[in-house]
Design a binder for this molecule. Structure first.
Ligand code: ATP
Ligand code: MG
Length: 356
């Protein structure tokens, strides 16, 4: 039998951005306390959490104090240094577990893992230098995308190779970081599945959302997505297969390309995901609460969609629209409490609700 975390326990959250903030809010609604660990000053999650530790990820004393003060540890981003995890894992359970982090921290490991599961990915190759890039381009062809293996987000650390002439510049753009070449997938649109897996192995997925990016940043997620019933089932089964293979506990985002030949897995995120923010106003239990339930050993909640939603990210100067949006019916605003508005910075999001 699963032992669930008693109400009043403290959940440790690594990373204090907007995802950590919304996790803290969800945790507090269930009667938990949160302790956020974040190197940067004035983290958005710090405004709503019970406790904040401001320290670097290599500050061993701070990590030990943090780990000793919490009952379970989770995170809002996947690039936590291995040495920090080595310390923390002796102090409290970490959910999702180390294997999910190991696989998703490195695009090369991730692609190999997905293919081993029998899932389809873009063709890819490990790139270490100009020779391996030339060889990979001969095999995979153009257009293709060179990506750093680690630390990429919002389209950063990527260079498109439209013709072989672009190869030298693309490699220079990687600034010596290990990279992966991916063949360009000719997709009709992009969708993602937000799935949750509980401690006792139950899996529940939210309805897939359709994602539109611009300049490498997610702009909107729309539910329902344009998918046939068969594709919708495939999408959910893919997410469940990944979650089961990782013995996963928590919420995960799986990004998919929709092509005439079927669904192709782009990447997985071992955490709550921007494309799942619509669930806050489209479901009784949203992705943040679902994640807290899972890592606390609770049963998963009701994630059925009860409305059509368009989630729109408010990026940079989009914040100027807030007064207008605040007056608009069927609009739910979620602002992150970030002091400085910068171009390309996610400042909040708005869920436009169409009642079903
Ligand atoms: P995010 O943080 O938004 O998830 P990321 O930096 O991790 O982004 P990816 O998801 O790999 O990067 O790529 C960002 C976007 O670039 C994808 O959503 C897709 O639109 C496009 N893209 C990435 N890889 C490919 C590919 N192999 N073929 C076609 N388009 C791609
Ligand atoms: Mg992505």
């Amino acid at each position: 039998m699963t032992v669930s975390l008693p109400i009043g326990s403290t959940i440790g959250i690594i990373g204090g951005g907007q995802l950590g903030r919304m996790l803290s809010v969800a945790a507090s609604r269930l009667g938990f306390r949160c302790h956020v660990y974040e190197p940067g000053a004035t983290p958005p999650a710090g405004q709503v959490a019970d406790q904040v530790t401001t320290a670097a990820y290599d500050d061993e004393d701070a990590l030990r104090a943090f780990g000793g003060s919490v009952d379970v540890i989770t995170y809002e981003f996947e690039n936590i240094p291995t040495a920090a995890l080595d310390i923390l894992q002796n102090l409290a359970p970490i959910h999702p577990g180390r294997e999910a982090l190991r696989v998703s921290q490195d695009r090369l490991t991730e692609k190999a893992f997905l293919q081993e599961l029998g899932l389809t990915t873009a063709p890819y190759a490990d790139i270490t230098d100009a020779q391996s890039l030339d060889a990979a381009l001969a095999e995979i062809g153009t257009p293709s995308i060179l990506k750093t293996r680690r630390f990429g987000y919002d389209g950063k650390g990527q260079a498109r190779i439209m013709t072989p002439d672009d190869a030298t510049q693309a490699l220079a753009d990687m600034q010596g970081a290990p990279a992966i070449l991916e063949g360009f997938v000719d997709f009709s649109h992009e969708v993602s599945v937000i799935a949750a897996r509980s401690v006792d192995g139950a899996v529940s997925a939210f309805d897939p959302g359709e994602n539109v990016h611009s300049d490498g940043i997610l702009r909107t997620t729309t539910v329902p997505a344009r998918l046939t019933p068969g594709q919708r089932t495939d999408a959910v089964l893919i997410a469940a297969r990944i979650a089961n293979a990782l013995n996963y506990v928590g919420v995960m985002g799986v990004e998919l390309f929709v092509t005439p030949k079927g669904l192709i897995v782009n990447e997985i995120a071992p955490r709550v995901h921007n494309s799942g923010h619509w669930t806050q106003n489209g479901c009784a239990v949203d992705q943040f609460e679902q994640h807290i339930r899972a890592i606390a050993g609770w049963p998963l909640g009701d994630g059925q969609r009860h409305a059509d939603v368009v989630m729109e990210n408010l990026i940079g100067a989009d914040m100027d629209r807030v007064p207008e949006l605040a007056k608009t019916p069927d609009c739910a605003l979620h602002l992150y409490g970030k002091a400085d508005t910068k171009p390309g910075r996610k400042m909040g999001h708005v869920n436009h609700i169409k009642r079903a």
